[in-house]
Ligand binder design. Structure first.
Ligand code: ATP
Ligand code: MG
Length: 353
C-alpha cells in the first residue's frame, strides 16, 4: 500500500458489573496511544452474571461516559463473557474452502451448543493445523445467546451509538496481554503466565502461554465481598464503603480486622484456582509469573502478599505501560484505574485490525 492506512475509529466499551469503561486508542498497533478514557459507575443490579439486566440504566451510563470522555467517535466494540459464552475447539478437514468450512461447522454446531441454533449468535476462527489429527485444522467455535447480545446492543443504541463488533472478553484480554508482552517475558517460555483478574463479583484465572490464553475459569469472588465486610464492620452504606476502600479514612482496625483476612481470602482463591488448573491440564508444569488485574489488583501490598505465599513472581497489569496518554484521557486517573482496564483496552485495540 502506498499510503499508511488510517485506523478505523472505534471505542472499546467494557460493560462490567460495576461500571461502564470506555477507552479509545489512536496511533497504530506498534505505537498505540490513549486518546480518550472515561469510566462511569453502575448501580448494583444493572449487570448481573455478565448479563445486562437494565439496558436503560446502562445506556444512560454509556451516554455519560461518552460525554465525559469528550470523544466524537460513535462506533463501539463490546464484549460478552463468562458463562454466557460457549466456546469449543473442534477439528475440521484442512482441505475445505472458507464457505464449505462454514457450512460444515453450521451442520455440526448443534452437537456442541446446548441451545437451538436460531437462538444463538455464532462465530469461528481457524487457529491453525490440528495437533491431534492429520490433515485437519483446529477451529475455535464460540456462541452466545441472542438475548445476551441483544441487551448489550440495546444499551449501546440507547446511548446513541452503533455497535460494530461483539467480541469475547477472553479474546479482548488476550489482545491486551499481547500488548503488554514485555510484562510477560519469562526466562523459560515453556512455563505459563497466570493472569488473575479480580473484579467486584468475579475472579477469572487465565493461563497464557506463548501469547495465547490456553485456559480460562471464573469463580464467584471479588472486591464486593470486601465492600460488604466494610459495611458490616463500620455500619456504612454500599457507596460509602466502596469509596472508603479506595480513598482510605477507615479506622485503624481496618488493616488487621478487615483487609488482611480479605487478602488471605484472595490468596486462597488464587491458590485453589491454580491447583484446579494443574489437575485438569498436564501440558504446563509450572507457572513462571502471576499478573494481577481487575480493580482489586490496586489493593496496596496484595501483589507482594501473593508472591510471598505462592512463591511465584507477581506483578500488577498495566496495559498502558509505555503508551503515550493524551491529556484529554486524564493520565493520572487512567494510571490509577489501569489494572481494571485490560478488557476495555483489548476491545479498543480492535481499531487496529
Ligand atoms: N484502589 C482500590 N483498592 C481496593 N479496591 C479497589 C480499588 N480500586 C477498585 N477496587 C475494587 O475493585 C472492584 C472493581 O474492579 P473491576 O473494575 O475490575 O470490577 P468489574 O470488572 O466491574 O467487576 P466484574 O469483573 O466482577 O464484573 C470493586 O470491588 C472496587 O471496590
Ligand atoms: Mg471485570
Amino acid at each position: 500500500m502506498l499510503f499508511k492506512r488510517r485506523i478505523k475509529p472505534l471505542l472499546g466499551l467494557d460493560i462490567s458489573s460495576t461500571a461502564v469503561k470506555l477507552i479509545e486508542l489512536g496511533g497504530d498497533r506498534q505505537h498505540p496511544q490513549v486518546i480518550s478514557y472515561a469510566a462511569v459507575g453502575l448501580s448494583p443490579d444493572s449487570v448481573t452474571d455478565k448479563q445486562v439486566t437494565d439496558p436503560e440504566a446502562v445506556g444512560q451510563a454509556i451516554r455519560k461516559a461518552i460525554k465525559q470522555s469528550g470523544t466524537r467517535t460513535r462506533e463501539v466494540v463490546v464484549a460478552v463473557g463468562g458463562a454466557t459464552v460457549i466456546s469449543k475447539t473442534i477439528a475440521m478437514p484442512a482441505d475445505l474452502s472458507e464457505r464449505e468450512l462454514e457450512q460444515q461447522i453450521r451442520l455440526e454446531a448443534d452437537q456442541y451448543i446446548p441451545y437451538p441454533l436460531d437462538e444463538v449468535g455464532m462465530d469461528f476462527e481457524v487457529l491453525g493445523p490440528s495437533a491431534e489429527e492429520d490433515h485437519a485444522v483446529s477451529i475455535l467455535l464460540a456462541a452466545c445467546r441472542n438475548e445476551t447480545i441483544d441487551n448489550r446492543v440495546a444499551a449501546v443504541h440507547l446511548a446513541g451509538l452503533t455497535c460494530k463488533i461483539v467480541d469475547i472478553e477472553s479474546n479482548a484480554l488476550e489482545n491486551a496481554c499481547v500488548l503488554i508482552g514485555e510484562q510477560f517475558k519469562l526466562k523459560n517460555p515453556e512455563q505459563g503466565v497466570a493472569v488473575v483478574d479480580i473484579g467486584a463479583t468475579t475472579t477469572t484465572l487465565n493461563i497464557m502461554q506463548g501469547g495465547n490464553i490456553v485456559y480460562t475459569r471464573d469463580q464467584a469472588f471479588g472486591g464486593k465481598q470486601l465492600t460488604e465486610e466494610i459495611m458490616a464492620h463500620y455500619g456504612l452504606s454500599y457507596e460509602e464503603a466502596g469509596k472508603a476502600k479506595r480513598r482510605g479514612g477507615l479506622p485503624d482496625s481496618y488493616g488487621d480486622e478487615v483487609l488482611k483476612p480479605f487478602m488471605q481470602d484472595v490468596i486462597s482463591h488464587v491458590e485453589r484456582a491454580l491447583q484446579f488448573f494443574f489437575s485438569s491440564n498436564s501440558r504446563i508444569e509450572k507457572i513462571g509469573q502471576i499478573v494481577l488485574a481487575g480493580g482489586c489488583a490496586s489493593i496496596p501490598g496484595l501483589d507482594q502478599a501473593v508472591e510471598e505465599h505462592l512463591e511465584v513472581a507477581t506483578r500488577i497489569a498495566d496495559p498502558f505501560a509505555g503508551m503515550k496518554i493524551l491529556p484529554r484521557a486524564r493520565p493520572r486517573q487512567l494510571k490509577l484505574d489501569a489494572p481494571a482496564l485490560m478488557t476495555a483496552c483489548g476491545l479498543a485495540m480492535r481499531s487496529f485490525d
